[in-house]
Design a protein around this ligand. Structure first.
Ligand code: TYD
Ligand code: MG
Length: 457
């Protein structure tokens, strides 16, 4: 049967229906369905060739797509995560927990842009002008030349954008912008402010960096609701007590979302960590419960130390604590260890931690978790010639070690740091120099060297 054009449309949600009903099945509102007049019905499909009024589709190759020059922020790690700098007229949401360094990062980016003669503007609703100045003093001379507006009202921010037309503007934070008739920081207020800013920014080609706070639970309160409005969502994370910070893109209309920038918070602001592997495994020594993971963070291999502690407990159910790795992956790996390697952990607390306060977010971390836990359980260190063992690979539900991408680059990174024994899944057709391939968790557990069979603990 040929599809018939919709004859009724809901005035609330736009839902189309063939017959009139009292309640809209799209949004649940009552008495909102209205009959659609004839021309609209024609455009809904039946009137092909007629009713030609309205916009005409064009082939994609005729669509104008000028590639505008990106704005380099002078912070290589930030530019990489952005996909090569800020796209003019784009909207970037920078989220993270309070005190992690969002204002510092944004302030540094503006200072660098100002230093190469771009017009910039820093709007602070969060802190007083004096507080922003004190931060700028720590960041250096260039930061002090950034024009700032201590103004929490959306209206005056929009007016300032119209008047100044900066190339880049930071709003710190989107939750503090005051909007008439809405509670500051409420989802409605944040959304309204962002829509208004979006319209102005696109029209004037101003690149906007909106700073948003994360709640303790890790969701961008309010800003989560605007992820679909913005072009880029960056997430700044780390532990406040530690100095390492990682910057990731959760969404990026102009680049990949897998890149990670690593920073260190120092006296004079954030410093880019160019060789993070060296920082994260520099202190790794062979010890029970420790293993080096060859992770991939975007296009870059990264070595981190995964540590585990297994301790007898009377608590039921026993504790499972994961820091830096996914809790669910830990649960899965523990189940596989129990089922396929005979390692019983039912009466033990298990703690897994990635040293240095980084988070690893890839399935390739499974094998490292498994080996660290098994090594902690047996009390035997995993080593090769006095160096820690390195590994990577996904653990499957049947105890098999599954393929993960870039085996060659992971192994090369480990060898760069003198870790000669790397175990991981076989990449298939071409062998990887320096990799000891393992097919199953069982095989991996007996792979720590002669006499180091962890299963037999
Ligand atoms: P901040 O950027 O204000 O964090 P956020 O905007 O995410 O809330 O900075 C957070 C912390 O960084 C603060 O505790 C002070 C510290 N800090 C330094 O250690 N060195 C510096 O040069 C600066 C500017 C800040
Ligand atoms: Mg701040």
């Amino acid at each position: 049967m040929a599809a018939k054009a919709a004859s009724y449309r809901c005035s609330e949600c736009g839902h189309a229906a063939l017959t009139w009903t009292g309640q809209c099945s799209g949004c649940g509102a009552w008495n909102t369905l209205e009959e659609v007049s004839a021309p609209a019905r024609a455009s809904a499909g039946s009137g092909r060739g007629r009713a030609a009024a309205g916009p005409r589709p064009v082939p994609l190759r005729d669509v104008k797509a000028e590639r505008s020059q990106r704005l380099g922020t002078g912070i290589a790690e930030l530019d990489r995560v952005l996909g090569g700098g800020l796209v003019p007229g784009s909207l970037v949401l920078l989220g993270g927990a309070p005190g992690i360094g969002k204002s510092t990062l944004a302030g540094m980016a503006l200072a660098n842009l100002a230093a190469v003669h771009h017009d910039v503007l820093y709007v602070s609703g969060e802190e007083s002008a004096a507080q922003v100045r004190r931060r700028a003093e720590r960041l250096g001379e260039a930061a002090l030349s950034v024009p700032m507006l201590a103004e929490p009202s959306l209206e005056s921010v929009l007016a300032a954008l119209e008047a100044e037309r900066p190339a880049a503007c930071v709003i710190d934070s989107v939750q503090t912008l005051a909007i008439p008739d809405a509670a500051p920081g409420s989802v409605a207020a944040v959304r309204e402010a962002t829509s208004a800013l979006l319209e102005t920014a696109k029209r004037l080609e101003v690149t906007l960096i909106l700073i948003g706070h994360l709640t303790k639970e890790g969701s961008l309160a309010g800003p989560r609701a605007l992820e679909h409005l913005v072009d880029c969502v960056l997430h700044f994370e780390g532990e406040r007590e530690r100095t390492f910070r990682t910057l990731r893109a959760l969404k990026n209309r102009f680049g990949a979302t897998s890149e990670v920038g690593v920073f260190e918070m120092r006296q004079g602001g954030l410093v880019e960590v160019e060789d993070p592997s060296a920082r994260f495994v520099g202190e790794a020594r062979p010890a029970p419960g420790s293993v080096v993971l060859c992770a991939m963070e975007g296009t870059r291999p990264l070595l981190v130390e995964v540590q585990a502690l297994v301790a007898p407990t009377e608590i039921v159910p026993p504790r499972r604590t994961a820091t830096g790795v996914d809790r669910n992956r830990l649960a899965l790996v523990l189940a596989v260890l129990t089922r396929h390697a005979g390692i019983s952990l039912s009466a033990t607390d298990v703690f897994v931690n990635v040293a240095g306060g980084v988070r690893v977010d890839e399935p390739g971390a499974d094998l490292a978790i498994a080996l660290a836990v098994a090594s902690a359980h047996s009390g035997r260190a995993l080593e090769s010639d006095g160096k820690p063992l390195a590994c990577f690979g996904e653990v499957g539900l049947t105890g098999e070690i599954r393929y993960v991408a870039h085996a060659d680059r992971r192994v090369a990174e480990a060898r760069k740091f003198g870790l000669d024994r790397v175990i991981g899944p076989s990449p298939g057709d071409q062998p990887v120099v320096g990799l000891s391939p393992v097919g199953s968790l069982k095989a991996a557990l007996s792979g720590g060297g002669p006499g180091r069979d962890l299963k037999a603990a």
